[in-house]
Design a protein around this ligand. Structure first.
Ligand SMILES: *Cc1c(COP(=O)(O)O)cnc(C)c1O
Length: 428
């Protein structure tokens, strides 16, 4: 058997909130002005109230509302696949499994939180959600979710991605969203960079500043963030909760769980339901978070308070960071170009539960090509970071003659990133 079933019963009725199980909580976000722990009401100019409540929730299980479950059921449960062809090619004793989030409406895991956030905004009468996007995955996910719940979306898209990958701009516009190239001349935050260099490649940090500024200046507009925050990671746990049941069906328990990390949400979404058993003391699963060596926040960044954006408008988050002014080089894995890391992933890394690893683009490209040839799916460049480490771990198992069970998250497909694969392995 190669595929676990996509039994509707596997779709969870509640998200898993890992904060309920942590022995000590991560340090709280601070107000950017007072530097005191931020109060929920301080966030109301930025986020919908329902979203703020999700950020502060303490229960272990947080119910998923009916309309959100209905929206999920369009594409969830997503497939869990045993990579038998890849295993055969590697000639390894390790069993390799992947959870495939590319079957969602825009080809990545990001719709999981977009749908929940659009629902929460619509519920309280918000008309417009503003956001930023790197390669366009988040922008297109939010535009899709917005179109389902009657919300308009305004998306600031990082210029280097806008130019390299116009595909998702088209997708956002098809869902009725508006796209602005960032840094743009339409906000103060954007103008600072735009006036110095109208061709500035942009960064997620700058685009976040622009979207937050638009939100703060317009009462009908609220802001949506596609990663990093506790509740965004929590929404993504539908991935791991489904995977747990599907792995059970396949008769396997993973000893190693792998995901790529940009802000940390797809990794957390797959990993946290499994981390629960480590926290409870019943298992010692390994969790590997993979980042590009060109944007190495977890492996090389400092763990400290930093702003989530580039000009200091957002709350201060206690996280691994390369510094708010860090502008990563244009990367094909645009979704992994962020200077910080989710506070919860940073916390688990500091606890020694998550192992961070940084890898180079050539290794990632080769892994993507091998995966495409064996498993028949063109992976997103971001997801290929996880594939590369899964392959590496499978080869270690071979060298050690060990039977292992490896599970990784295939966070998205790469069809809209096809230009990144344009025949030149060296320039990937
Ligand atoms: C956005 C994105 C990522 C990185 O974001 P995380 O929050 O770290 O998951 C990874 N893979 C794909 C396909 C993405 O679209």
């Amino acid at each position: 058997m190669r595929y676990a079933s996509r039994n509707t019963d596997y779709l969870p009725k509640a998200f898993y909130n890992i904060k309920a199980d942590l022995p000590s909580p991560p340090k709280p976000p601070l107000h950017p002005g007072t530097k005191e722990p931020i109060k929920p009401e301080d966030l109301e100019v930025i986020f919908p109230k329902g979203f703020i409540r999700q950020e502060g929730v303490t229960a272990r299980e947080v119910p998923i509302p009916g309309p959100v479950l209905e929206a999920y059921s369009v594409f969830r449960p997503t497939p869990l696949v045993e990579a038998t062809a890849l295993r055969k090619h590697l000639d390894t004793p390790a069993r390799i499994f992947y959870k495939y989030e590319g079957v969602g409406p825009v080809g990545s895991h990001k719709t999981n939180t977009a749908i929940m956030q659009a629902y929460l905004a619509a519920e309280e009468g918000v008309t417009t959600l503003a956001t930023e996007t790197g390669a366009g995955q988040w922008g297109s996910a939010l535009a899709y979710a917005g179109s389902r719940f009657g919300i308009e979306t305004k998306v600031f898209m990082v210029r280097s991605s806008f130019r390299q990958k116009p595909g998702r701009r088209v997708l956002i516009e098809m869902f009725g969203g508006t796209v602005l190239e960032s840094p743009s001349p339409t906000t103060e935050a954007g103008r600072k960079f735009f006036e110095k260099d109208p061709e500035h490649p942009g960064s997620l940090g700058i685009a976040i500043s622009e979207a937050v500024e638009l939100t703060v200046k317009n009462p009908g507009i609220k802001y949506a963030l596609g990663s990093v925050l506790d509740s965004v990671l929590m929404h993504q746990t539908v991935i791991g909760l489904e995977a747990e049941k599907q792995m059970e069906e396949m008769g396997a328990v993973p000893d190693t769980v792998i995901g790529c990390v940009g802000g940390g949400s797809n990794f957390a979404g797959l990993a946290f339901p499994f981390v629960r058993h480590n926290l409870g003391g019943s298992r010692r699963t390994r969790f590997i978070a993979v980042e590009p060596d060109a944007c190495p926040s977890l492996t090389r960044g400092e763990l400290r308070y930093d702003f989530g954006d580039s000009v200091g408008m957002t709350p201060l988050l206690y996280m691994h960071t390369l510094g708010m002014e860090f502008v990563p080089p244009p990367l094909h894995a645009g979704g992994l170009r962020y200077h910080g890391m989710a506070p919860l992933v940073s916390h688990l890394t500091a606890m020694g539960i998550v192992e961070p690893r940084a890898i180079d683009q050539k290794t990632v490209f080769d892994a993507a090509v091998l995966f495409m040839k064996t498993e028949g799916i063109l992976p997103a460049p971001e997801s290929s970071h996880a594939i590369a480490v899964a392959i590496d771990e499978a080869l270690k198992a071979k060298a050690e003659g060990k039977e292992r069970v490896i599970l990784f998250n295939l966070s998205g497909h790469g069809f809209l990133d096809i230009s990144a694969y344009n025949g030149k392995a060296g320039s990937f």
